[in-house]
Design a protein around this ligand. Structure first.
Ligand SMILES: Cc1cc2nc3c(=O)[nH]c(=O)nc-3n(C[C@H](O)[C@H](O)[C@H](O)COP(=O)(O)O)c2cc1C
Length: 303
């Protein structure tokens, strides 16, 4: 049985299961619990050019069927990652996908250049970030700005380039095409959804940042629709992200058109879920006499 999946020229995962950015840090904590080599790939915490402190606490809270986070992209910075974390990730037989972001086009390009090194299998651009020079509008909200950004990053790296889309747009297909035409090799759909929680006793917001990003099972049906829409319009592979907790969810996202999936919030609740989900997928394929996951990808039966 072949559960490998191809995301870009030079990027083939042995299975379609990746960690998601920000819920797996740089892999060290999870490596104490299981062998990271079982994963198709590890996606790192989002990196910036300089270390970033992030938002005031509380930064996370539970909601019905999900969680909110307002970490504020805290990270150790790209240089410390390369020096201190990348060598450790290189000891595993898995693909290392480095998530990153910048404050402007040049910074994104500079980051991509810095990450064009051995040990990095691919880079994943988080475009749900404010463009400081353009009054703070997110890069991922305007197709022209996104297209230019991706094109500049494309010229700065030889690595497979994955663009992680923001779900907060009217026409997600338009954004997907803008990224594809800019030179993206694959698209991750999608990032978290802006949301908030309020304490009725204190009359205060629960998060220090007031608002945060919603993730977990609450967003799964929306993520499924986004993956379906994007994979029908874009010609490049789609990686699903949003609310995945089981092999059943994985099969659903593959049917909707995803070539791989990232598991985020659920791995905070059950760090060992990755192996269980891979085994479940293998059993499902065996029970249904499927020899390759390409027999599932995009095979949704629509009326
Ligand atoms: C605590 C936390 C931190 C996150 N940090 C990042 C990040 O640094 N970069 C990024 O692109 N996405 C980040 N995300 C979004 C996740 O990678 C993922 O796209 C999202 O949570 C949806 O998947 P899930 O429902 O499986 O968690 C973060 C999510 C959480 C919950």
């Amino acid at each position: 049985m072949d559960i490998s999946t191809r995301l870009a020229p030079g990027l083939c995962l042995k299975n379609p299961i990746l960690s998601a950015s920000g819920t797996f840090a740089y892999g060290e904590e999870f490596a104490r619990m299981f062998d990271l080599s079982l994963l198709g790939g590890v996606v790192t915490k989002g990196l910036s050019l300089h270390p970033k402190e992030g938002n005031p606490t509380p930064r996370v809270c539970e909601t019905s069927c999900g969680m909110l986070n307002a970490i504020g992209l805290e990270n150790i910075g790209v240089d410390a990652f390369i020096a201190q974390k990348l060598p450790f990730l290189g000891t595993f037989d898995t693909e290392v996908v480095v998530n990153f972001f910048g404050t402007g086009e040049d910074e994104y390009a500079h980051m991509a250049q810095k990450l064009d090194i051995e040990g990095v299998s691919a880079i994943e651009m988080n475009v749900s970030c404010p463009n400081i020079k353009k009054g703070g509008i997110e890069f991922g909200k305007d197709p022209k700005i996104l297209n230019r950004l991706v094109a500049q990053v494309r010229q700065s790296t030889t690595k497979p380039l994955i663009v992680k889309l923001s779900p907060m747009v009217t026409h997600i297909g338009e954004m997907a095409l803008a990224a594809q035409e800019g030179g993206a090799d694959a698209l991750t759909c999608s990032n978290t959804f802006p949301a908030m929680a309020i304490d009725e006793n204190t009359w205060k917001p629960i998060l220090g940042n007031i608002t945060g990003g919603l993730s977990g099972p609450a967003v799964k049906p929306i993520a499924l629709r986004i993956v379906w829409e994007v994979s029908r319009q874009a010609a490049i592979p789609v990686i699903a992200s949003g609310g995945i907790t089981s092999w059943r969810d994985v099969v659903q996202f593959l049917l909707a058109g995803a070539s791989a999936v990232e598991i985020g919030s659920f791995s905070l609740r059950d760090p060992l879920c990755f192996g269980v989900i891979i085994q479940g997928l293998i059993r499902y394929m065996h029970d249904n006499s499927l020899e390759s996951i390409t027999e599932i990808i995009g095979k949704l039966r629509t009326p």
